[in-house]
Design a protein around this ligand. Structure first.
Ligand SMILES: Cc1ncc(C[n+]2csc(CCOP(=O)(O)OP(=O)(O)O)c2C)c(N)n1
Ligand SMILES: [Mg+2]
Length: 647
């Protein structure tokens, strides 16, 4: 056997540079680049290897390890899971910074490859700087924290373990059922060890993204349910997008006249603008979609996990005999709500289903179709008015809360209206936490390629800017603009990857609706405890005296924070735009800017879009010193009676 002598780190990087994914006839590099921050736990091993092999594996330096994992997730999502990036970190804090990113990737079923350093395998020189000394489990390191948030974890304590660990890791990354965070933990001494690797280990290898075929009996069972249904509804999830099943979904919906609702991950699953295209469902869905969902007698879910946001904590579907059917590549998801499932790839299952329903005589759904048109027709003008910057905001619509005068003239809805006006086919808007993802889910029109990239599996503050960079790397076409839409709280938590965008000359636009607080949580708080506490960004009414019997509270003026100043300092071109015309001009003037742009838009706090009209299981305190809490608790308990068990 011919062998090649390389260090563990050099072998790892060489191997990664030879892996390809094959999907829909396209062969591409599975891991075309690596990201990272070095410390003593990876600089001498992986750092040396990335330097030596930088032609085969470009390396991007970042600012925060968590953000780099988000960048990889954003890249993977925009690449429909056909490619991802590797991220390396040093041991201890650098490694642990990646754990949140791993959780996000795994919850959202997005492939990312994480390469944290680890404490010495040889042990005797330890404890190394930043090593955890577990009192009773001597082989535990901080990297064991990755185990519950990753889909594959291995620690390489001998070089030859790579020979089996890496193919297993690639299999998980490219498997639509298993995929998520994959962690190869690399003790710092082992990274630099040399070994004689079989030459064949470094041959190019293809990983076909599998499309499991549907079982004919399962297809027929769902076809029968569809044919019998008088009020069918389809819920499209992320699986439709990843599978590229949009045309097949549209064919089924238009052939049978079935309305299609979308989850956060499924936003944009329908690209045609038709009467049966409903948009968002559930907690941040449209009131029209939810009204229809309440009366559906058959719900066919395609490629969704059905979180509590989609089902309104199991209170949304109220038809007494509602039945569920599903298409999902993952059997656990296919079984949700006791559904009759087709465990298969969405694209293949949908086309088989469209074919199979023709063998059944369908029920008459004319009345339901008319109802869909009428209900959606009532929502359309409400949506349009909420997005129109020329329709003045009516303060009376804000129930039980004050609308402070901050000098802002636009609502967040109107700002979304202006973004909708500006973004065109091929552009992407990214959101993950705070008010932005819910508002986009409710009103964004993602048809005709106006991509809406919503991370709502983890809804992680800090995803948006690095993910925008990831989308940019996945779609380098400079005619397409990538816009990350995030709150002021989120920007303050994690603005730093703007530096990376500036360093790499990557055009991304960050739009910040400045509303002076964690306002989406303030809204929830008003509905569950009736009083602001710790969510708005306000100065303390006096000095923070920890000895005082009645300490001053966070109830003073709004904080003065210069968001545009922060952005400028991090290397972005920054603009504050207050009026509709200023926002329009800012978007147009910066559209071709070859680097990061930050547009700060003051928006009226507490001025929300129309509600979705559904219940959510977030329990107010059962006992308290407040009549308001008692009243909200009673309302909550009334909501509890609407929750159902479906199976
Ligand atoms: C990392 C992280 N921490 C906390 C939360 C809980 N959380 C969800 S939204 C939110 C407020 C976000 O504030 P901002 O970005 O200003 O958006 P707004 O709510 O004002 O629209 C918080 C704290 C979260 N989703 N992610
Ligand atoms: Mg905010």
């Amino acid at each position: 056997m011919n062998t090649v002598r390389l260090t563990v780190a050099q072998a790892l990087v060489t191997y990664l540079s030879k892996q390809y994914s094959v999907a829909d006839g396209r062969r591409r590099r599975l891991i075309p680049a690596a990201l990272g921050i070095f410390g003593h736990g990876n600089v001498a091993g992986l750092g040396q290897a990335f330097d030596q092999l930088s032609d085969a594996m470009p390396f991007v330096q970042g600012r925060n390890e968590q953000a780099l994992v988000h960048l990889a997730s954003g890249f993977a999502k925009a690449s429909r899971r056909h490619a991802t990036l590797a991220v390396t970190a040093s041991i201890g804090p650098g490694a642990l910074n990646m754990v949140t990113g791993a959780g996000l990737a795994t919850v959202n079923r997005l492939p990312v490859l994480l390469l944290p350093g680890d404490a010495y395998a040889t042990r005797h020189q330890g404890p190394v700087l930043q090593q955890l000394q577990h009192p009773s489990e001597a082989d535990t390191s901080v990297n064991d924290a990755f185990r519950p948030v990753s889909r594959f974890f291995d620690r390489i304590t001998r070089p030859e373990q790579l020979l089996t660990a890496l193919p297993a890791a690639m299999r998980v990354l490219t498997d639509p059922v298993e995929t998520g965070a994959v962690v190869i933990s690399l003790p710092q001494d082992i990274q630099s060890h040399a070994y004689d690797w079989p030459e064949g280990f470094f041959a190019e290898r293809d990983w076909t993204i599998r499309r499991p075929a549907p079982d004919a009996d399962e297809v027929d069972a769902v076809a029968r349910l569809l044919a019998e249904a008088e009020r069918p509804l389809i819920i499209a999830g992320g699986g439709v997008v990843y599978s590229g099943a949009t045309p097949e979904l549209e064919d089924l919906a238009s052939a049978l006249g079935i309305p299609v609702a979308e989850t956060f991950a499924g936003k944009g699953a329908v690209q045609r603008k038709e009467w049966w295209q409903l948009g968002g469902i559930g907690l941040e869905g449209t009131p029209a979609t939810n009204e229809l969902a309440r009366d559906a007698d058959l719900v066919l879910t395609v490629g969704s996990r059905l979180t509590d946001f989609a089902t309104a904590s199991h209170s949304l579907f109220q038809h007494p005999d509602v039945r569920f059917a599903s298409i999902n590549v993952n059997v656990h998801d296919a079984d949700r709500l006791g559904a009759t499932g087709i465990v298969a790839d969405a694209k293949r299952a949908l086309s088989a289903l469209t074919e199979a329903v023709t063998r059944h005589r369908p029920a008459d759904t004319t009345a339901w179709q008319n109802r869909v048109r009428e209900t959606a027709g009532r929502w359309a003008p409400v949506r349009a008015a909420a997005l129109d910057p020329d329709v003045p905001f009516d303060r009376a619509t804000v129930a039980g809360d004050v609308v402070p005068d901050t000098g802002a003239v636009l609502t967040q809805g109107q700002l979304i209206g202006l973004l909708q006006e500006h973004l065109r086919s091929g552009d992407t808007i990214v959101a993950a936490a705070g008010g932005p993802p819910g508002d986009l889910q409710k009103v964004w029109d993602a048809t005709d390629g106006r991509h809406c990239h919503l991370e709502f599996g983890f809804s992680c503050m800090g995803y948006e800017i690095p993910a925008g960079i990831g989308v940019r790397l996945a779609d380098p076409d400079r005619d397409h603009r990538v816009v990350s839409f995030l709150g002021d709280g989120t920007f303050l938590m994690a603005p730093t990857e703007l530096v990376t965008a500036a360093q790499e000359g990557l055009p991304v636009t960050v739009v910040i609706p400045e509303n002076h607080g964690y306002q989406v949580i303030h809204r929830l708080q008003m509905g569950r405890s009736g009083r602001e506490f710790g969510n708005e960004f306000r100065y303390r009414t006096g000095p923070l005296d920890l000895e005082s019997a009645k300490p001053a509270r966070l109830e003073g003026e709004y904080l003065r924070v210069d968001l545009a100043g922060i952005a400028t300092g991090l290397g972005a071109r920054a603009i504050t735009a207050t009026t509709a015309d200023e926002v329009r001009a800012a978007l147009t003037d910066t559209r071709d800017h070859d680097g990061p742009v930050v547009i700060v838009v003051p928006v009226i706090p507490h001025a929300d879009l129309p509600g979705a009209g559904v219940w959510w299981d977030v329990a107010p305190a059962e006992v308290s010193d407040s009549d308001t809490v008692a009243r909200l608790r009673t309302e909550y308990e009334q909501g509890l009676t609407t929750r159902r068990w479906y199976g």
